[in-house]
Design a binder for this molecule. Structure first.
Ligand code: NIG
Ligand code: FE
Length: 402
């Protein structure tokens, strides 16, 4: 269908054909094999400007200005990492070491990173974000969400969001990560700050509001008040829910129509049913269970109940210091009951759903041209060849960046 590619073009709208793709994941079930992945064999993609212009059988590909030979490899949408905490300073190597000698993980470790983050300059925070973003890009991530939450003062939370906003549109205000150490004796005053002056300073720089609903952080009533205040300021809710223990987080997420309930490690049947009857995505973060030696979230149970599942890194220096979506895919397949197809869908289309986006996470005409080329004949190799750097090409907004 050559009419989808305009013949006249400037540099920015030049069309590029990527052809000789052994397996193309489109995430459009109306294409290819008819599964949710919409897998097309011997496929081609046409990029025009920053968008996908055409996807299909390579024998039917339209004429283009440029041509890239994928060499019989696999192409899939760039990963959508819908949960990370990249604005921080310092690391927690000792805490990790202690955990691997048997100490349990607790929310209290967040304080170590709060102290280091407050002491860092803007330039140091920015350099960290740039570094971990570059790391993620080399592993195929083309969209990422990131949060504040290691500042916990009006000044430090708003500067974290300003730093984040220079690198992504998916910025989340997490002033309610834990109660700031200064307020340990008066959590209600901290909630008042997070929903008052701090929210006023942060709302202009964020799209989302998040709260860590957990023992040692915020209870259900506090979380509801914080998310409701954010909603009233035009922020959309997402929640750290049911990570370390059973609790009200998931049901609160559904009650507030949050885009996503993140972690979902400890779920009752009532929680699973609530998710299944909602449009709230369950975002699973296996890097956290890996790095805290905790029990795995049960992806199979959620999928069998009809819940939409996303898979993300949770990249942060405490509970999950990985920027690698392929690593998370391998864990989800090996230990959480997902098939390779489901894990790849969750790390692309699932992440997009968790951010309520339809312009990313799929390779269909009109979507952003965010693509990952693997040095492998199939997306299944992401789980089949764990720990191997398979990402060999990345296009972001139509531009080849790797
Ligand atoms: O998503 N759960 C709360 N927040 C992070 C951990 C933060 C930290 O330990 O520094 C998480 O796992
Ligand atoms: Fe997190």
């Amino acid at each position: 269908n050559a009419t989808t590619v305009s013949p006249a073009h400037s540099a920015s709208t030049a069309s590029t054909l990527i052809t000789n793709i052994a397996a193309l994941v489109t995430n459009d079930p109306s294409l290819g094999d008819g599964t949710p992945l919409g897998l097309i064999q011997d496929a081609a993609v046409v990029i025009e400007g920053d968008r996908i212009a055409w996807t299909g059988d390579q024998s039917k590909a339209p004429a283009t200005d440029n041509r890239v030979d994928a060499g019989g490899r696999a192409v899939l949408p760039g990963f959508v990492d819908s949960h990370s905490h990249l604005v921080f300073a310092g690391d927690r190597t000792q805490e990790f070491n202690a955990r691997m000698s048997g100490r349990p993980y607790s929310a209290g470790g967040i304080r170590t990173t709060v102290a280091a983050t407050r002491a860092a300059t803007d330039e140091e925070l920015e350099a960290n974000v740039v570094r971990y973003l570059a790391e993620a890009l080399r592993q195929g991530t083309t969209t990422f969400e990131t949060k504040s939450g290691y500042g916990l003062t009006t000044h430090d939370e708003s500067r974290a969001l300003r730093v984040a906003a220079r690198h992504t549109d998916e910025v989340t205000y997490l002033g309610a990560h834990i109660v700031a150490p200064e307020f340990a004796e008066d959590p209600a005053a901290y909630v008042a700050l997070v929903t008052g002056e701090m929210l006023d300073a942060c709302a202009p720089h964020a799209r989302w509001i998040d709260v860590f609903c957990e023992k040692g952080a915020f209870d259900g009533d506090q979380a509801r008040a914080i998310l409701a205040a954010g909603k009233a300021r035009g922020l959309y809710p997402r929640i750290h829910a049911n990570q370390l223990s059973y609790g009200p987080g998931v049901r609160l997420a559904v009650e507030l129509d949050a885009a996503s309930a993140d972690h979902c490690t400890h779920l009752t049947q009532e929680d699973v049913d609530a998710l299944a009857n909602s449009r709230t995505v369950a975002t699973l973060l296996p890097g956290a269970e890996f790095s805290t030696r905790a029990e795995w979230p049960d992806a199979r149970r959620l999928l069998d109940a009809g819940v939409t599942v996303a898979l993300s890194t949770d990249c942060n220096p405490g509970s999950s210091f990985t920027s690698s979506v392929p690593f998370c895919i391998a864990l989800a397949v090996r230990d959480m009951g997902m098939t390779p197809d489901e894990a790849v869908w969750s790390a692309t289309a699932g992440g997009a759903a968790a951010l309520r986006r339809t312009d990313i996470g799929r390779l269909t005409p009109g979507a952003y041209a965010d693509l990952t080329l693997l040095d492998a004949p199939s997306h299944v190799h992401l789980a089949y060849r764990p720990g191997v750097p398979l990402v060999t090409g990345v296009w972001r907004r139509g531009e080849r960046v790797l």
